[in-house]
Design a protein around this ligand. Structure first.
Ligand SMILES: C[S@@+](CC[C@H](N)C(=O)[O-])C[C@H]1O[C@@H](n2cnc3c(N)ncnc32)[C@H](O)[C@@H]1O
Length: 337
């Protein structure tokens, strides 16, 4: 049997044993990950590896581990969370609870968060910054065409305030790994909402296919290295120091619900105001990425936001459907009705 054929048999075997469809991931990426496992156990052909799997079915769990790279940290790409706080949240909160832009207060507060955010500015407060692609040309030049920028759409929230008052704020962290991303979102909401938290039902759904990552996320215990982007005052406020590490406080945990979910074969989830799916789709084939972008489009409420990884690109039909809000931070919006 040729190596290519053996690889196809291997992919089918993994699918039948684990329901994980690696044929939808980038072929070279899966090959690299599986080669790593093969080296670790000392086999040098896919055919040999197939025989090894037959005798050692526990190896399927190792394959899963090596393919699902769980690298993450709190406030990963801090600029993205800065933009989430200063561009996305004000728009959503003005719709949901009629909250007006806090103007100068946002600037002042922003200082606290800006910390090590490279190149950040207070355009969230002022509403326009050409540096961040605040005009249509800037967006096209950087490859973000979509429907072009509609800043008026971003500003229209106050006019519509009242339509979704006393509602819920639903956020989905898809491919949440060990929980750092959804907990970061929860911390930002706690900081930003303050007393308004009582006027809004906040729900952060965090999903992943990896059981071990989800277990760790639910435990909410982290080592120093994944906390390096957190300002000291935030660390003190939302974590207990414990046995050389840090445990997330219940006030944060309470906002996040973890659940196993496969983006490829799982049920379609709906009615989100914001979806974070960062650094997950880079492993998927282009065809699958295109399908998932449209799935996310359908999973968002009108006017909802999609935030993807800084090295990822919106592809396929979704490019025409989403409005590009912040090209640098890869923030897109489903047009509001
Ligand atoms: C690099 S981590 C990203 C974590 C976080 N979003 C971030 O940006 O820091 C990628 C995560 O995607 C998850 N993943 C991979 N394939 C998936 C799938 N088909 N469905 C759901 N999650 C998946 C992996 O298990 C892993 O935890």
């Amino acid at each position: 049997m040729s190596e290519e054929l053996a690889f196809n048999v291997l992919i089918n075997r993994i699918y039948s044993k684990t329901s994980l469809d690696f044929s939808r991931y980038k072929r070279e990426y899966i090959k690299r990950r599986i080669s790593g496992r093969m080296r670790a156990i000392g086999v040098n052909s896919y055919a040999q590896y197939l025989r090894y799997l037959e005798k050692n079915p526990e190896e399927y769990a190792h394959i899963m581990d090596s393919v699902a790279i769980n690298v993450t940290e709190f406030f990963r790409d801090p600029g993205t969370f800065f933009a989430f706080r200063n561009e996305v949240l004000p728009e959503i909160l003005s719709r949901k609870i009629g909250r007006k832009s806090r103007g100068e207060k946002v600037c002042g507060e922003a200082e606290k968060w800006r910390g090590n955010v490279p190149g950040s500015c207070d355009y969230g407060a002022r509403g326009d910054c050409e540096k961040h692609g605040g005009n249509d040309d800037g967006m096209r030049a950087t490859g973000c065409v979509g429907l072009g920028v509609r800043r008026e759409a971003l500003r229209s929230g106050a006019e519509r305030s009242g339509t979704e008052r006393s509602g819920t704020l639903r956020i989905w962290s898809a491919g949440c790994a060990s929980g750092e991303e959804p907990y970061t979102i929860a911390i930002i909401l706690l900081e930003e909402l303050g007393d308004d938290l009582g006027n809004l039902l906040v729900s952060i759904l965090a999903t992943d296919i990896d059981d071990d990552a989800l277990k760790k996320a639910m435990q909410g215990f982290y080592q120093q290295f994944s906390l390096k982007n957190i300002p000291p005052n935030i660390l003190k406020k939302y974590f207990h120091s414990e046995n050389g590490g840090y445990r997330i406080k219940d006030v944060v945990k309470r906002l996040v619900r973890f659940r196993k979910h496969d983006l490829i074969s799982g049920e379609k989830l709906r009615y989100f105001d914001v979806i974070f799916c960062r650094n997950v789709m880079i492993y998927f084939s282009r065809e699958l990425q295109e399908r998932l972008f449209m799935d996310f489009y359908n999973s968002l409420n009108d006017g909802g936001f999609l935030i993807i990884g800084k090295t990822e690109t919106l592809t396929g039909e979704a490019r025409e459907k989403f409005i590009c809000v912040n090209v640098q931070e890869r923030i897109f919006r489903k047009p509001p009705r």
